[in-house]
Design a protein around this ligand. Sequence first.
Ligand code: GLV
Length: 322
Amino acid sequence: MKQTIYITRLLPKEIIAKLSEQFHVRMWEEEDIPVPRDILLKEVEEADGLLCLLTEQIDEQVLEKANRLKVICNIAVGYNNIDIHAAARKGIIVTNTPGVLTETTADLTFALLMAAARKVVGASDFLRSGEWGAWSLMQLTGQDIHGATLGIIGLGRIGEALVKRAKGFDMQVLYHNRSRKQEIERELGIHYRELKDLLQQSDYVCLLLPYSPEVHHLIGKKELSLMKSNAILINTARGGLVDEDALYHALVNGEIWSAGLDVFEQEPVPVDHPLLTLPNVVTLPHIGSASVKTRMRMALLAVDNMVKVLNGDEPITPVLIV
Ligand code: GLV
């Protein structure tokens, strides 16, 4: 009998075709929105493999029902939507999609940094709304990027890719990471700092670390107060890393200069969220890895992981092997 795969979102035809050759494929395909929880809870009972997005909370309640499940393939590099400890207890393998999205996410991180520094979005709105009366000397002035100091918190693959972009702009790069990476420091010409020092010395602070409860609100009131008043905070990692209430107050009170946010504590971020009312915030709807090529590569990598595991082979990019 064919093994069953449940896919939590409508995926491109090529992807489904690849899986359908060998497996019985079921899929949430009604709309391009997250699968309703009751359907997920029911489908997971019959599934040998689960292919999901970061919008699905694969928690204890889901995993309790998963009596046949061998593998969960997340189409994302972050996997904080999956309770990996509960998965481990049930002997379920978890995979993610690192590597294939590195450069694309570094591109977007730098784009967001530039947009926040040079008021790209606000300036465009200014023009379109007819406010552009005359050119004036200090109109819409932003912060320089070239020659500034970039502080990266979380020096993984994406952090390293961001360094290359920053070096093209003659930036000085500082980083903070759980473990110091001296060889990479030498190779890329970057400098390690304790978190407090990095916050005090950077003109741009980019968050590029994975989210876990241990780093919940890593950037809060105290950390924001350490930053320079011309500093810009960029978050393309996970919303939970930043205390949004503290960030709002820091931006309103001029403790920091602006922020670029691709991620939020609650996604989609409610349209009446206070941060969305501020002119010194550039906001994006979690599009770090959103290029056509990269999103396809992510889906294909997740599928390859699925095929490997269900055929009894080692996954290519495991988060957890049991
Ligand atoms: C996107 O946020 C990802 O984790 O891939």
